[in-house]
Design a protein around this ligand. Structure first.
Ligand code: 5GP
Length: 208
């Protein structure tokens, strides 16, 4: 078989309101494709049960987060739910240097900042099939009070108001078919001419 055509790695951003199933989609996408790795964000929010430091997030103190901001270690960072979350330049660089694409699970604020830094990003937004279904999923998660649920629903509406800033918008009726669409987007975006830096040489070889 011929050598694959060289291409630039891509930054694949996934955003959605919490409860729309984004982490399930992200997990399925990572499991389906070896050539994409997750950018593990730094956050000041407390670690939840079952989460692994360095795998789900880099859990850091406020002071450490300040230091990282000071050192310009972030590609972007934002306040989400009164906590801070940020994408580390080192995470993205290491994955790209290893020849893999990067999946970023970040909110609309981070997506806007990242677009300024790198206009070539791929932005995918996941919508719930309905607000009733979103509320049902949020309630199913645990024992949150009505007040907490109402707050989450308000924040979900805020996040959803940014849907039109994304390149692709998927409706998560069914996790498997939504993940399949997210994977189709990844595969198609890899074929974009402007990222396939090796095409110039390939075509030169073809036509002399
Ligand atoms: P959670 O605390 O539920 O894991 O995440 C809360 C929200 O923070 C999610 O919408 C998630 O996409 C967002 N988030 C996670 N990491 C980052 C990050 O590095 N930057 C930004 N801007 N948002 C993030």
């Amino acid at each position: 078989m011929a050598e694959p055509i060289l291409r630039r790695g891509l930054l694949y951003v996934l955003s959605s309101p919490s409860g729309a199933g984004k982490s399930t989609i992200a997990r399925k996408l990572l499991a389906a494709d070896d050539e994409i790795g997750l950018s593990v964000s730094a956050t000041t929010r407390p670690q939840r049960e079952g989460e692994v430091d360095g795998q789900d997030y880099h859990f850091v103190s406020n002071a450490r987060f300040d230091e990282l901001v000071e050192q310009a270690a972030f590609l972007e960072w934002a306040h989400v739910f009164e906590r801070r979350y940020g994408t580390l330049k080192s995470e993205v660089r290491e994955t790209l240097d290893a020849g893999r694409d990067v999946l970023l699970d970040i909110d609309w604020q981070g997506t806007q900042q990242l677009k300024q830094v790198d206009p070539d990003i791929v932005r995918v937004f996941i919508l719930p099939p309905s607000m009733e279904e979103l509320e049902r999923r949020l309630r199913d998660r645990g024992t949150d009070s009505d007040e907490v649920i109402a707050g989450r629903m308000q924040r979900a509406a805020d996040e959803i108001s940014h849907w039109a800033e994304y390149d692709y918008v998927l409706i998560n009726d069914d996790a498997d078919s939504c993940a399949a669409m997210a994977i189709d987007i990844l595969h198609a975006e890899r074929l974009r001419r402007n990222r396939r830096t090796g095409l110039v040489d390939f075509v030169r070889g073809l036509t002399g």
